[in-house]
Design a protein around this ligand. Structure first.
Ligand SMILES: O=C(O)CCC(=O)C(=O)O
Ligand SMILES: [Fe+2]
Length: 332
């Protein structure tokens, strides 16, 4: 496996165009937007949306405020909603180890699922009703936008418009979609020794990720060039993704890559640690991971891969990750 290790390798960067697609007047411009989305998805799998009606720039600014409120709480309060691997929800701090690095991401995060509002969300007595309601409302807006985008992908692949949105129903008990608030720690003045990252190189397991960044919170980098969703190798020339509050970075995940017979590309991305002299302050991002419901059958129109289910797909992806990590640890 290629590891872009700063200790052993030079980091290689190339300029790539990351399409910025306007959603202004989106209902009347469906066909034009569909073409732009599809072209971006089959080439690099990464693009930016702007001028969308929902979630609005104001909604996005608000979710960043809510995120900061949560991460500012003491650790014992945050740990009242601990990360639960099987549910894929809850809070963790510096525990996510990527098979590409073998080190923990320098961040804390909380994952929330719409239908687990009364199960694994921060409690009202701890964070207040407004925090809970507003984060939940934000999920609905992300869901609405995701359905619009996935509807266009469905049509482009020859499916009915509601094909993917029906398969990603966040209100069902079988839902797997999550909203993840992320906080990368302030590392002012720190020079890291070793292969540390804010987020090590990885692909997302899901169908479609919506990523919200704040202007100036740089560090996200992408590396397209993957042929099959099962492929762990990647070429090593990376490209920085600009950060702009209000824009939405979209990337295709492994699930949609498989579901499209590898037509739509899920690609490697990472968040690098800033060096001394750069902006080393906290970085906040928010990600909405669309994952098919557990009972949905996943198979592309050309049947390139055997049918699987939403549950099985995620379990297989997690198992492959775990095996890679063990391989890496055994080889050390
Ligand atoms: O925070 C970012 O910029 C990227 C986060 C990410 O890739 C992830 O959580 O999967
Ligand atoms: Fe990611």
């Amino acid at each position: 496996m290629t590891v872009d290790d700063p200790q052993t390798q030079e980091r290689i960067y190339v300029e790539r165009v990351i399409p910025r697609i306007s959603l202004n007047d989106c209902e009347n411009r469906r066909e034009e937007i569909k073409e732009q989305l599809y072209a971006a998805a089959i080439r690099s799998g990464f693009f930016t949306l702007c001028e969308q009606e929902f979630p609005s720039k104001k909604d996005i600014e608000e979710i960043f405020e809510l995120s900061k409120v949560f991460f500012d709480y003491p650790m014992d309060l945050k740990m009242k909603t601990p990360h639960q691997k099987l549910l894929n929800t809850g809070y963790e701090s510096a525990t996510q180890i990527r098979p590409s690095t073998g080190t923990a991401d320098q961040k804390e995060s909380i994952q929330l699922q719409y239908h687990r509002f009364n199960e694994n969300w921060p409690a009202e007595e701890d964070v207040g009703e407004e925090w809970r309601e507003k984060t939940r409302e934000f999920m609905l807006k992300c869901q609405k936008l995701s359905c619009f985008v996935m509807g266009l992908f469905a049509e482009a692949l020859g499916y009915p418009e509601d094909f993917f949105s029906k398969a990603h129903d966040i209100e069902q008990p079988t839902a797997q979609t999550t909203l993840r608030l992320l906080h990368y720690f302030d590392c002012t003045g720190k020079a890291f020794e070793g292969n540390y990252w804010r987020a090590g190189p990885h692909t997302d397991f899901d169908s479609l990720t919506l990523l919200f960044q704040r202007t100036g919170d740089h560090g996200l980098e992408i590396c397209p060039g993957r042929d099959a969703h099962t492929d762990f190798g990647y070429n090593d020339a990376w490209t920085a993704v600009p950060s702009r509050t209000g824009d939405i970075v979209i990337n295709i995940g492994d699930m949609l890559m498989s579901w499209s017979d590898d037509m739509l590309k899920s690609n490697f991305h990472r968040v690098r640690l800033p060096n001394v002299g750069e902006n080393q302050k906290d970085r906040y991002t928010v990600a909405f991971f669309n994952q098919a419901n557990t009972d949905v059958v996943i198979q592309g129109p050309q049947k390139k891969y055997p049918p699987t289910t939403g549950r099985q797909f995620i379990e297989d992806a997690m198992r492959r990750n775990f095996e890679r990590l063990q391989e890496l640890q055994n080889s050390e």
